[in-house]
Design a protein around this ligand. Sequence first.
Ligand code: CA
Length: 220
Amino acid sequence: MSRQSLQLDDQVYDYLLSISLHESDLLKKLRNETAELPLARMQIAPEQGQFLSFLIKVLNVKNAIEIGVFTGYSSLCIAMAMADNGKLIACDIDEKYTNLAQSYWSKAGVEKKIDLRLAPAIETLDKLIDENKTGFYDFVFIDAHKPEYIDYYERSLKLLKTGGVIAVDNVLWDGNPVNPEKQDEDTNAIRAFNEHVFQDKRVFISTIPVGDGVTLVTKN
Ligand code: CA
């Protein structure tokens, strides 16, 4: 399941949350509302959201990109952790879910920090590259269509500044990559992506088993 970390039983997981999670009422409300939706499993875990906020703060992120918004929980975690002059480019194609996201961004008072781009993310990223934004971004969060992960990653790496971080979600994909019988498009895409990044000599990485697995990437 992507909504809690792998290999933690419920008791230990609840303990982890009880000693570390500071989730605002608004984030909690959005998480509960999203949990009622058919694609609820696409939402990141609350401790993962806080981890994103932590990264934004320690990296002092001013300019960020999010690839895959869904109902906006991760965007909120990123935007709320940014300074007032922070800017998040949020990429998604789904109008319905991002409408819900936008309503929460407004309630949190961070809507000015978030620039929603309703278009295929690859188009938005290519546009940013054309606008000479290469080496401009401090942080990128990749969490959208799995078969396009390598395409997102290659563009993100161009847009990332030296010292910046790309965080990639779902790299453990519910454990499916270790099962040779799982040969569906998404599982194979995650395998290919993980292999691609592991072999990439341009970057330094660390994969952590928070949520459904996150790989952190920085440029050498
Ligand atoms: Ca995800």
